[in-house]
Design a protein around this ligand. Structure first.
Ligand SMILES: [Zn+2]
Length: 315
């Protein structure tokens, strides 16, 4: 296959992978292949390029924010699908910088385009955010669930461009979202699984406040704790999906969080870790629960894994 063709098919493969994750996030009708005319032509000029200047954006998703009152949220999604991550930390950083700059420039010109001007009812504020999916498509080197996020660390590019937020999804994060959301869908039924919208202090106007829905807020993409609201007939369940490994102290903090969240939404509670094993961790769960006063509520909390294998769910 010629180099150009391979690059093109890798790009399409990446877009399909990301489309699937966006669908799990409830971002079903994201606009794909959006072209934004460049309005900062001098600053954004690419060397040796004779073509009229424009920015291509893989997906744009616009919605009414659940976590900020009266706010239209536009998320510009950039898909980078490669065979392997750079071998060194500095390689990772410089590649990421290139991706960020590309998207940040697009975000600077985006407000002038038609899609950005489209109104959403009951909003009078706007937030534009960026989201980079950096996918390693290779699956033969044993590194397919690796994280590059840890290698990037604190990242500032204030001199070169102005942007509000750019979030990164790498293979590890994509795998977390995929496993958690596919697990809950298959366990409870797709139609019964929604995202729980936490109180941020910015979504206080009580008339408009919505507690749960099918769309995942942008702010949850990078969160290590994702709250879901499961409804099945009369049964309501708060399902807290956790990215990090099980530990007793962490569980105590999550039980505290569950108490807080269910003060406005009465529900049963499930806390799910990637590696929880009832034989291994039962004692630690009992100890964590015993440190709380509200015994009835706390004892009813269920701790499980969202990555079960044949040894789980037997006790
Ligand atoms: Zn531009």
């Amino acid at each position: 296959m010629a180099g150009g063709e391979k690059a093109k098919s890798s790009g399409e493969y990446g877009e399909q992978i990301v489309k699937n994750i966006l669908e799990l996030m409830g971002w079903n009708n994201a606009n794909s292949g959006v072209t934004v005319p460049c309005v900062h032509k001098e600053k954004h000029k690419k060397e040796n390029s004779k073509e009229p200047q424009k920015h291509g954006i893989d997906y744009v998703y616009t919605y009414k924010s659940q976590l900020r009152d009266a706010t239209k949220q536009d998320v510009l999604v950039s898909v980078k699908c490669r065979d392997g991550y750079p071998a060194t930390d500095s390689g990772v950083k410089s590649k990421f910088k290139e991706f960020v700059l590309d998207l940040a420039y697009a975000m600077e010109c985006y407000p002038a385009c038609e899609l950005a001007k489209k109104k959403i009812p009951n909003t009078d504020k706007k937030v534009i955010s960026g989201l980079i999916f950096w996918i390693d498509r290779g699956s033969e080197d044993g590194r397919e669930n690796e994280s590059v996020i840890d290698k990037i660390g604190n990242f500032y590019m204030n001199q070169e461009c102005v942007y509000e937020t750019i979030a990164l999804v790498d293979n590890k994060r994509a795998q977390f979202l995929y496993q958690l959301l596919s697990y809950t869908r298959s366990k409870y039924g797709k139609e019964n699984v929604e995202f729980f919208y936490i109180d941020t202090g910015l979504n206080n106007s009580s008339i408009q406040r919505v507690y749960r829905g099918k769309e995942m807020p942008y702010e949850y993409v990078n969160s290590n704790v994702i709250p879901l609201a499961i409804s099945n007939g009369d049964e309501k369940r708060l399902f807290i999906g956790v990215a990090e490994s099980f530990c007793k102290e962490y569980l105590e903090r999550l039980i505290g969080l569950a108490q807080e969240l269910t003060s406005t939404w009465t529900a049963k509670v499930t806390i799910a870790f990637p590696d929880y094993n009832s034989f291994e961790h039962r004692e630690a769960v009992l100890m964590a629960k015993s440190s709380f006063e509200n015994a009835d509520f706390v004892n009813s909390i269920e701790v499980i894994t969202y990555k079960p294998d044949f040894r789980d769910e037997v006790i």
